[in-house]
Design a protein around this ligand. Structure first.
Ligand code: CA
Ligand code: CA
Ligand code: CA
Length: 333
């Protein structure tokens, strides 16, 4: 085999190995704690059971676009991740986040007997369980409208966006919001309300409205009042008195009351166990940082240590396997 071809082969395998290690090192160190996970029935993107998609072709295939199938909350040492998986995600209007249709509202009850039972702004047209008022509201929407709000903030507040990331994951169906942990307290107490609507920049609280008759741009199967919810899918069990149909159908035109929705939550002990795992890791990481920070301050290039480790490993492997005879290579040039 000519030396040139051998050298190219070696170079390519070396580069691949380095890339692989660069990816794997941080991944192996990242510990993910699952704080909550729940599936939602497929095919219930119909509000209280009667809602119909708008007729416009942009809503094709008229199903799945607002169908929540899974909600998962995880944490690492620095962030909370809220993952909402939909049956189908399309991006006809090219939102930078990767999704144009759903607007997801996550209300979190983090402390008993306080918080708010009305939604942050009027738009979803639902009220929250009086025992589980919300302290935090995460609005997940395209075109840089994703933000976190606290219950005591005025409705004119723009919320907090700094450090918050939102994107469509590689599966093409999961919308992930990443929030720095400083924004949210008491994860062991969290209860969640997860509401999925259709984003409409002109609608109330950016919700596309549900009317009695559907049109090109509006949902049908509801009423022309502001009492039927604009929520198309709600995270809820399939059956029983807490089913989505029962919850979203609990509004009353006669009494003039909104539907009251209930939250879901994890077992407190399990959440505490999960959090302990990250706590330990964070402590180890802090200790390592303490040791290395003087070195890093003095030699800033030291922070590229995974590159050095990977490159060193490549060289060692090459020498061990005797793939390339360096002396011969340089002599032949
Ligand atoms: Ca669903
Ligand atoms: Ca509360
Ligand atoms: Ca549901």
């Amino acid at each position: 085999m000519p030396a040139g071809s051998q050298w190219r082969k070696f170079l390519i395998s070396g580069i691949l190995l380095v890339l692989l290690m660069l990816q794997q090192i941080p991944r192996a160190w990242a510990v993910e704690a699952v704080l909550f996970e729940m599936a939602d029935p497929k095919g219930d993107d119909f509000g209280p059971g009667t809602y119909l998609y708008p007729t416009g072709s942009v809503f094709d295939p008229k199903k799945g676009l607002f169908d929540l199938v899974k909600f998962k909350v995880t944490a690492d040492e620095r962030f909370y991740y809220f993952d909402t998986t939909m049956a189908k995600v399309t991006n006809p209007w090219g939102a930078p986040e990767g999704f144009s249709h759903p607007i997801i509202n996550i209300y979190i009850d983090s402390a008993p007997n306080q918080g708010k039972t009305e939604t942050f702004q009027e738009g979803a047209f639902v009220d929250l369980d009086s025992r589980h008022g919300w302290e935090y509201f995460i609005k997940v929407a395209g075109w840089n409208n994703t933000a976190i709000y606290e219950y005591h903030q005025p409705v004119t507040s723009k919320g907090q966006q700094k450090g918050i990331g939102v994107r469509l994951l590689d599966d093409g169906k999961t919308i992930r919001v990443k929030i720095p942990q400083g924004y949210l307290k008491n994860p062991e107490n969290w209860y969640y309300y997860v509401l999925v609507g259709s984003q409409d920049g002109l609608g109330p609280d950016n919700y596309r409205q549900v009317m009695e008759k559907r049109t090109e741009w509006l949902f049908g199967g509801g009423t022309d009042t502001n009492y039927d919810p604009n929520v198309i899918d709600l995270l809820a069990p399939e059956k029983g008195d807490k089913s989505q149909k029962a919850q979203l159908g609990s509004y009353s035109l006669e009494k003039g009351t909104l539907a009251v929705i209930s939250p879901v939550g994890a077992d407190r002990k399990e959440v505490e166990e999960a959090l302990k795992k990250i706590g330990k890791l964070a402590r180890v990481e802090a200790e390592v940082k303490d040791v290395f920070s003087p070195i890093l301050n003095k030699y800033p290039l030291a922070r590229f240590y995974p590159v050095y480790i990977a490159a060193g490993t490549v060289v060692v492997i090459i020498l061990l396997l005797g793939w390339v005879n360096f002396g011969k290579y340089f002599k032949n040039r």
